[in-house]
Write a protein that binds this ligand. Sequence first.
Ligand SMILES: Cc1ncc(COP(=O)(O)O)c(C=O)c1O
Length: 371
Amino acid sequence: MQIPFGDFKRQYFELQRELDDAIQHVMQSGSYILGPAVKGFETDFAAYCEVPHCIGVGNGTDAIQLGLVALGVGVGDEVITVANTGVPGTAAIVAIGARPVFVDVDPVTRNMDPQLLTQAITARTKAIMPVHLYGLMADMPAILAVANQHGIPVIEDVAQAHGARLLGARAGSLGAVAAFSFYPSKNLGAIGDGGAITTTDEALDRQLRKLRVYGWERKYFSTVESGMNSRLDELQAALLAVKLRHLDASTARRVHIASYYAEQCADIGLTLPTTPAGYDAVYHLFVVESAHRDAYMNRLKSAGVSTDIHYPLPTHQQPIYQRYAPHGGLPVTERQSQTVFSLPNFPELTDSEVEYVAQTVRSVAATIEAT
Ligand SMILES: Cc1ncc(COP(=O)(O)O)c(C=O)c1O
């Protein structure tokens, strides 16, 4: 058997009729930019996230950048974030002339360690940006407690956690603003690029609607600086509206596969993902840890099972961002970047593929742990 790490086509074929109809509808409407499909999707996605406002934008990185700008972050300001993601958040911070200040992650949740926040705050800190990594929300109550104490806004990076909950609250409903990506592999993925920002704040909503179109208050009249052209387009919005209707079912499938892997791979020497009480994780990725990562990945590949590493080089160790590395480094982030690897977990995997992955991991583990 050959098991891919992901397969965008499978989801298209599953929803082909609905997706093709949505495309035709937009094509025939003649409305291609910021029309009824974007408006409709924004309303649906805001309702899904249980917030009053959603602003569709070009991609998740722009969503972060625009969110930071709307919060007033600019040149010379500091944004506290984590370094165990794939770089986009840091690229957005640096693009507006601000400075990333990295804190380490909790070894169990692999998310921002709130205990390290206070010591990272300075007079220049203008935002705190946790990332809900792999589908598990960061410890927002603890992060918000520190942030509120210092009057610093929180921007959630929800690119990997559409629909996740913490103590009943949706990801994207707790920060001042929240940035979503609809990159095709995400739990809610477009057929191309897409992104959105959610907020409960009406003034921020108004500001963001201007910022995504050159700072226009109305056509040809700009009233805010640092506007860009970053619009979710009508086709992507119409496709996302279809996929949103299936999101809870596809999340349930990801969670089911994750719990099957967890059950089958317990006690074989791998460190499995942990979901603490009170959290509903959406398993964007199923990430395990082993000191024998290379051996696992090579042997799984030989048996036809694709895996990946999220992420092989922490942001503060990337040559261009090394100048932002904190003194003493980020021990947990660095250690985990050497041991993490991800098993295939996407909703369209068949039961027999999922069983094959688990069985193969078990037999590879037996050979590795025996040596
Ligand atoms: C955690 C995280 N933040 C931000 C992004 C950026 O999203 P996009 O690729 O849509 O710009 C991604 C995905 O690529 C991501 O995984």
